[in-house]
Write a protein that binds this ligand. Sequence first.
Ligand code: NDP
Length: 233
Amino acid sequence: MPHILVTGGSRGIGRAICELFAERRWNVSYLYKTNETIKSGNIFPIRCDVSLPDEVFDSVKSAEERFGNIDVLVNAAGISINGLSTDYSFEDYRHVMDTNFGGLFNTTRAVIPQMVHNKSGIIIAISSMWGKTGASCESLYSASKGAVDAYVRSLAKELGPSGIRVNAVSPGCIDTDMMKCYSSEDKDALIEETPLSRIGNPSDVAETVYYLASEKASFITGQIIGVNGGFLI
Ligand code: NDP
C-alpha cells in the first residue's frame, strides 16, 4: 500500500485527509503536537512539533520504519494568531513562522533526499487564500502562507527533474477549530461574500489533496489550487 505522511493530522483538515486516504487503502502516518486522536492498523500517530527540525527528522524515520518510504507528504499543521501588527511580539512572529513555514521547510528537508533517490514523490502544502490576498489582523499568518506559496513554486522547479511534484491547496473558510474565533455573525458575513454561499468542509480540501496525489494530476506541479467557494478569484 502507498504511504502518506500528514502533519497536523489530529484535527480539522489534516484529520479529514488522514481519514480519506486510510479509507482508500493507504498507509497513513500523521504528526500531532498535543493529542493523538485517531489510530488504527493503517493509521500511525507520531507526536512531533513540526517547528523543531530534530523532532521532525526522528518522526520521519519512525514513519518510514512503520510503513516504508513516504510516497506523499502533506503539510497541514498550522496556527493563526489574530492581532494588530503592532501588538504582535517577536515570540508570536517566531511561533507562526516556525510552525506554518518552518514546518513545511523541516518536513520537506527530511523527506526530499529519499524522494530524489527514488526519482518519485509528491509534496502538497496546505496554504491559505490569505497568503495571496492578505488578511487584516492576520498579517503574520498571511505572511507565513505567502512564504509557503513561494516555497512550493520554487521546490516544484527544483524537484520536477527528479520526478517529484510539489503543489499547494489554498483553502478559503473551512469549518474547523481554526474558525472557532469567528462569531455566527462573522460566519454569515463570510458566507454572504462567498459565491457558492457556504463555508467549506474539511472534506472539500481532502478530496482536492487526494486528486493532487493521484496519477490523474501527473502533469500538475507548482500550482496553488484555491478551494474557497469563489471567495477569492
Ligand atoms: P485546526 O486548528 O483544526 O488543526 C490544526 C492542526 O495542526 C492540529 O492537528 C494541530 O495539532 C496541528 N499543529 C499545530 N501546531 C503544530 C505543531 N507545532 N506541530 C505539529 N502539529 C501542529 O486547523 P485547520 O484544520 O483548520 O487547519 C489546517 C491547515 O489549513 C492549516 O495550515 C491552516 O492554516 C490551513 N487553513 C485553514 C483554513 C480554515 O478556515 N480552517 C483556511 C485556510 C487554510 P494538535 O491538535 O496536536 O494541536
